[in-house]
Design a protein around this ligand. Structure first.
Ligand SMILES: O=P(O)(O)O[C@@H]1[C@@H](OP(=O)(O)O)[C@H](OP(=O)(O)O)[C@H](O)[C@H](OP(=O)(O)O)[C@H]1OP(=O)(O)O
Ligand SMILES: Nc1ncnc2c1ncn2[C@@H]1O[C@H](COP(=O)(O)OP(=O)(O)OP(=O)(O)O)[C@@H](O)[C@H]1O
Length: 456
């Protein structure tokens, strides 16, 4: 990156944002800067000093390097580096990007006081020479499994996945206008036809779970005004001309390439992630025909397989975990100085991960056991909230529609200790809202779907 004193806000453009950070990209170099955001309600959680802001950024990088990267695989993770930016540059940048920010994200403001930022490779504009711009697809897959009945008080949680229940709650609360028909259990199924439907539903109703970038520019998803699927297909047509550019074929070929890249594994004889219990969500509209084909392996070393294995560190569900969280909170209340020995808020070093991996299987009543289970849950939360970026680079001089692909995982920040309490409350609200409005068992929407789609 250019020397900090030469930073010019004309060379950086608004790129995107989430709940916690705002991202700008460089006009020429394949680099982004990720700056944290705060709301006035968050003021007490926001860093009070510049040192604290830098420590928070370092914590994010350490967590990504020493915890998430070993668990997810270093080929998927780019942790980036903390940089110090001139305050004048940050202030100019915040003014410049303000009008491009989606209105619903403007309850928070960019940190313009510390100068702390994360510098990362721009995963939507890889620095490789290509004759056609790469296509990058960002998917925030959310939780891909159902909790075990042992730990939950409401039977519905073992039948309908969290994402599908949460949709009802989000629409009722006005977060989204329409329900998405996407179901994470279909995406994580390893069954190519179920994955096809999951991605089709993401394309139709992307919400904050799906974006497509062409040459670094967002062409679908993450917009106040959403483009129709047919105008998206027009933009994808030059990449998929095999079927004379017919919409149906473009859509089919695009989804198929994406499914293949999500399932791609470097491990020979990859037998798939071990899963117990149900792997089908009752709210999914996938035909019972598809589901009857039975579970299929999700390669352990694929990007989805890696994410699912880390999500499964949540082995107790929030209901089974919450008593352990309370044990930790009570202990810290009596012995506040123990917070640092127990590494509740980091440092996220190698010893931190080793402690978690040595955690006994059964509860021995110790504080160490409770802390380790809460930390495992927080890591699983990160994996339930991360995003996948798949890069598709068209192969030159080869058959049209063939791509080389790679995948990365982004947004691997640690979840704070008190987010467990928030999850517990949210779980209660989401389940209660779903039970209140539960439409009951539905016939499949696509009873004939095996005939509607091409085999993938
Ligand atoms: O709790 P959830 O499942 O709603 O996830 C939150 C996300 O909402 P989603 O349901 O994906 O729309 C939420 O995403 P949005 O702001 O809705 O785009 C954040 O990712 C939030 O993480 P953090 O608190 O900013 O670190 C996420 O919160 P946690 O992962 O901290 O729970
Ligand atoms: N390295 C990167 N390269 C390209 N784009 C990126 C990169 N990192 C983030 N982005 C873009 O910026 C957006 C916001 O980033 P990110 O998901 O990290 O924000 P967040 O606030 O942490 O999200 P959340 O709402 O999940 O807390 C992403 O959805 C993605 O489109």
């Amino acid at each position: 990156m250019e020397a900090a004193d030469k930073m010019d806000d004309n060379e950086w453009n608004y790129h995107g944002e989430g709940n916690k950070s705002l991202v700008v990209s460089h006009v020429q170099m394949s680099r982004v800067l990720r700056l944290l955001k705060y709301s006035s309600e968050d003021a007490e959680n926001a860093p009070q000093t510049t040192e604290e802001a830098f420590r928070q950024m370092e914590n994010i990088v350490d967590f990504s390097n020493n915890v998430m990267s070993p668990l997810l695989g270093d080929k998927f993770v780019h942790s980036g580096e903390v940089v110090k930016l001139p305050l004048e540059f940050v202030r100019q940048l915040s003014i410049k990007v303000q009008h491009q920010r989606p209105a619903w994200r403007c309850d928070k403001v960019m940190d313009i006081y510390s100068g702390a930022a994360l510098c990362l490779p721009n995963l939507t504009a890889p620095s490789i020479q290509t004759h056609t711009p790469p296509l990058c697809i960002e998917i925030k897959p959310k939780c891909g499994f159902l909790p075990s009945p042992e730990h939950v008080s409401k039977d519905i949680k073992t039948k309908v996945c969290r994402y599908c229940m949460h949709q009802q709650y989000k629409v009722a609360n006005g977060k989204w206008k329409r329900k998405s028909l996407y179901c994470p259990l279909d995406l994580f199924s390893g069954n190519k036809q179920r994955m096809y439907f999951a991605i089709k539903h993401l394309i139709e109703e992307p919400q904050n779970n799906f974006k497509i970038f062409k040459g670094g520019q967002c062409i679908h998803g993450d917009r106040d005004e959403l483009l129709s699927v047919s105008s998206l297909l027009q933009k994808l047509r030059p990449y998929f001309t095999c079927g004379n550019g017919r919409n149906k074929v473009v859509l089919h070929d695009f989804i198929q390439v994406l499914v293949d890249s999500l399932l791609s594994s470097d491990e020979e004889g990859d037998e798939g992630v071990e899963r117990e219990g149900r792997t089908v969500c009752e709210a999914s509209l996938c035909s019972t025909e598809l589901i009857r084909t039975g579970p299929q392996p999700l390669p352990r070393d694929s990007v989805l397989g890696r994410i699912l294995q880390v999500q499964l560190l949540d082995s107790l569900d929030i209901e089974g975990l919450f008593p352990l969280y309370r044990r930790v909170e009570q202990y810290l209340h009596h012995f506040p100085k123990e917070r640092s020995r127990l590494q509740i808020d980091g440092p996220y070093d190698k010893a931190f991960l080793e402690k978690l991996q040595k955690c006994p299987r059964e509860d021995d009543g110790s504080i160490e056991y409770a802390v380790a289970k809460v930390q495992q849950y927080r890591i699983a939360m990160t994996a339930k909230d991360c995003s996948i970026m798949v890069t598709l680079v068209p192969r030159r001089d080869e058959e049209d529609g063939t791509f080389s692909f790679s995948a990365s995982i982004l947004d691997l920040d640690p979840k704070p200790q008190d987010s467990v309490r928030r999850q517990q409350r949210l779980d209660h609200h989401v389940v209660a809202a779903y039970l209140r409005d539960d439409p009951g068992p539905r016939p499949p929407l696509y009873p004939e779907c095996t005939l509607l789609i091409h085999p993938v």
